[in-house]
Design a protein around this ligand. Structure first.
Ligand SMILES: [Zn+2]
Length: 81
């Protein structure tokens, strides 16, 4: 009996990353720019790789608070050290 090939299913996931200065990405929830803001200490954004049927389709970006308000559409945010 051959060992069954395990298919690693690609699923949508959300990661928290530092905002790059000069970036002008739009939040998928509030449609506002996600900017580095030292006054508000907004230093991170949520990046979601969205997969449909195991295929990567797009990236969505969120403010961390907006991702929570949107109901964590791609699961809990994975924080990277
Ligand atoms: Zn937002």
């Amino acid at each position: 009996m051959p060992t069954a090939v395990r298919i690693l299913e690609k699923v949508s996931r959300a990661m928290q990353r530092v905002i790059l200065q000069g970036s002008d990405d739009l939040c998928a929830h509030c449609q506002q720019e996600i900017k580095f803001n030292p006054k508000r200490r907004t230093r991170t954004r949520v990046i979601c790789n969205v997969y449909v049927d195991g295929r990567w389709v797009r990236v969505e970006l969120y403010h961390p608070q907006c991702y929570g308000r949107a109901g964590n559409p791609y699961g809990p945010v994975q924080r990277t050290p």
